[in-house]
Design a protein around this ligand. Structure first.
Ligand code: TTP
Length: 393
């Protein structure tokens, strides 16, 4: 079956990490986020993709080219971010039978995608504790009756997990009116499908929507945790490496380093001497972690440098970020309240007791900079030596 994978979004909630990189290309373990979507679909039996691209599309097209693991990829360009139904409509010329639709910023369990493909018209669902925050499936036996958006009284605890199999006919139903938030939404196409066909709910064991920076950390926790230990790089005999740690070929781990997995050290990266890396951490390609640095539960993107005497916890450091010696990230509030973060101009709770900072590509800190929890710095921002950064800039 063909799968339409939606990867045209702008990722506004993920700013400033998406200033130049489209969200589907943000790193999750050893590959871009959307590569996990494609791989789950390939493992489930999808035999052709239509990848809908838009925002910063060149990065996606250049990375994936014409196929992935032998499965052809066609590209459809969505010129305006007019909604998920509009995104699927841009792929229409490639559709010639029942088709799957997956979100390029969701992590799926591939067994469930396989079940979805076999179930005919179907929708992926995930059991959640707080269904009122989601689109919720109303079911009758093995059939979906309707989807209700953010209901006050949820009919089930099954949330819409953004994975669908539509009948061929649905390709003709993609012209839906604008929703309240001004988008043409795939859920309206689904509503029509539910009216016309028996749509099966397929409950997934695991699923994640990666929308905000701390969810990028959680996505990495998931995918780093699935990787088996492999030390292919140049690892000093004096390094102590425990758990599922991958040191890729071309990466260096020097003397006195302690790494507690899961962690991945990508090709060209160097760690140490005397550094401590722990708790679901990704050290990106060509990144560098030096002497007396501790990195915990964080993502360092390609080329990021944390040279000496620094602490980075529960944080995302963009490409080529550079930490002056002694830069320290605070990741816990003294009042023990969840750390807040500004998403699209609004302060929201990350619902995490521990959360550090989100630094866009090219940020440089002066020596002994202190960064408050939940701070984000935009592309190429700098701090002065000894500065205490409490607010975003
Ligand atoms: P969203 O997560 O709603 O949008 P987004 O990814 O742009 O993020 P943000 O809200 O932070 O700006 O989109 C769900 C999926 O659909 C995601 O994979 C992107 C994709 N999408 C498109 O391809 N085209 C669109 O017009 C929209 C709205 C989304």
């Amino acid at each position: 079956m063909k799968a339409v994978v939606l990867a045209a979004g702008e990722g506004t909630r993920m700013r400033p990490l998406t200033a130049t990189v489209p969200k589907p290309m943000l790193p999750v373990a050893d590959r871009p986020l959307v590569a996990h979507t494609l791989d789950a679909a390939i493992d489930a039996g999808v035999d052709e993709f239509v990848l809908v691209v838009g925002y910063e599309s060149d990065a996606v097209v250049e990375h994936f080219g014409e196929s992935r693991r032998g499965v052809p990829i066609n590209y459809a360009t969505q010129t305006e971010r007019a909604g998920t139904a509009d995104a699927v409509a841009t792929a229409r010329e490639y559709l010639d039978g029942p088709f799957a639709v997956l979100n390029g910023d969701n992590l799926y369990d591939s067994a469930a995608i396989g079940q979805l493909l076999e179930s005919g018209p179907a929708i992926g669902a995930i059991e959640v504790a707080n269904p009122s925050n989601y689109g919720v499936l109303e079911t009758a036996g093995e059939r979906v009756e309707s989807i209700v958006e953010k209901p006050a009284k949820p009919p089930t605890n099954l949330a819409n997990a953004g994975a669908y199999v539509f009948p061929e006919e649905a390709a003709g139903w993609l012209e839906v009116p604008e929703s309240e938030r001004g988008e043409h939404e795939i859920t309206d196409v689904l509503a029509k499908t539910v009216d016309e066909y028996a749509v099966t709910p397929v409950v997934m064991d695991r699923w994640m929507d990666v929308g905000r920076p701390w969810e990028l950390l959680e996505a990495n926790e998931w995918k780093l945790g699935e990787r088996d230990r492999r030390l292919a790089g140049d690892v000093s005999d004096d390094a102590k490496i425990t758990g599922d740690v991958v040191v890729e070929e071309g990466a260096t781990v020097e003397s006195g380093v302690v790494i507690e997995g899961p962690a991945t050290i990508r090709a060209g990266a160097s760690v140490g001497p005397n550094a401590y890396v722990r708790g679901a951490t990704l050290i990106g390609e060509e990144a560098s972690v030096g002497h007396a640095v501790e990195i915990k539960n964080s993502v360092l993107m390609a080329g990021a440098t944390v040279g000496h005497l620094s602490y980075v916890g529960d944080s995302v450091l963009g490409r080529d970020v550079n930490f002056g010696a002694g830069t320290t990230v605070a990741n816990l509030r003294h009042d023990d309240e969840p750390v807040e973060f500004t998403v699209k101009g609004k302060r929201v709770s990350t619902e995490r007791r521990k959360f550090g900072v989100v630094l866009a590509d090219g940020v440089k800190t002066g020596i002994n900079t202190s960064l408050y929890p939940g701070v984000k710095l935009s592309q190429n921002a700098t701090t002065t030596p000894g500065e205490v950064v409490e607010r975003d800039r």
